[in-house]
Design a protein around this ligand. Sequence first.
Ligand code: NDP
Ligand code: X2W
Length: 343
Amino acid sequence: MKVGIIGATGYGGLELIRLLHRHSGISSIDLFTSSDEGELFSHKYSYLMNIYDTPLHKIRIEHLAKLDVIFTSTPSGVTSRLLPPLIGKGPRIIDLSGDYRLSAEDYTQWYGKDAAPASSLQKAVYGLTEWNREAVKDAVMVANPGCYPTAVLLSLLPAVKNGLIDTDSLIIDAKSGVSGAGNKPNQMTHFSETNESLSIYKVNKHQHIPEIETGLARFAEKTRPITFSTHLVPMTRGILAAAYAPLADGVTEKQLQECYQESYQHETFVRVMPPGPKFSTNQVYGSNYCDLQTHVDPRTNRATIVSVIDNLVKGAAGQAIQNMNVQFGFKETEGLDLVPSYI
Ligand SMILES: NC(=O)C1=CN([C@@H]2O[C@H](COP(=O)(O)OP(=O)(O)OC[C@H]3O[C@@H](n4cnc5c(N)ncnc54)[C@H](OP(=O)(O)O)[C@@H]3O)[C@@H](O)[C@H]2O)C=CC1
Ligand SMILES: CC(=O)N[C@@H](CCC(=O)OP(=O)(O)O)C(=O)O
């Protein structure tokens, strides 16, 4: 298959290249740029010397239309303008940005930008693979989930769908490595601002709040607002999301654990772990795994449900390739059978 990556020079793009390189079904990868047309990729990134010595292409619709799959890993607001003429016209599109994940109203409210045209928005399928596989298969346009929503939805959906926790006052506390903010440094992500420091940011204003709420409503019919807070941690990759909620009346810890085991028993990339002393982002580093753990405090009857992912893999490029594998009938693990880089 002929693949193209728009935004290849960014973090999500680089991770797509790393993973697609090992994929047996790919014959070519064309790399597109909005700023460095003609530059050899290995000049820009010398770590790719002798691997990708190809020039970066200008983004042209006629070129894109000849490809089988297009990954877009660009800032919000780009794909809603660029993609509409291509959707349903040949290439399958997998968009890593937030442009096609929300209703037009939510997008405008939370991203503060114009939403994608309605006719293109209605063709998008939400690509949370484990929960929406059938729809992804036929999708011409996949809205790849955000990094935090991937971690949170995979961790909460079994409990919420099965009514095992009381969701009236659901609190989710999430922490991310700095690569989640992309490769353009700013004051928040500058080394001297993040090193030896931990920050909370976008309190009650994070753009992933509506995506999580929509995801819970889409797959589990939960419609109450959530409290979701995000923190920046001085590490490069990784997300840890901890959700807190009381168990529903009469539900036991054993039932909660069994529900998780059953929900994901056939899923390669979601690993339900027994409660243990340590649970950390490095156990999934560089891999497409989402690891989950459930705990119940017998003193409060409150559940703590925790997930970890690598934001650039399961939270972005890995899940995008998993979706491509589903669309094209590859083994879902193709290109993604990575052992985490624990140390
Ligand atoms: N980082 C993460 O962990 C995750 C990111 N995402 C989302 O994925 C998208 C990409 O993220 P990330 O890779 O981190 O971001 P980066 O900022 O690292 O990269 C974005 C790339 O987009 C390209 N770009 C910028 N402006 C335009 C434009 N107007 N038209 C076309 N291309 C443009 C740039 O390349 P060039 O200048 O060469 O065109 C740039 O390298 C974002 O929407 C992000 O929110 C989603 C999940 C996780
Ligand atoms: C650490 C960090 O800053 N993370 C970013 C993730 C942004 C992202 O992936 O944005 P979309 O999903 O909306 O495209 C943030 O919290 O805004």
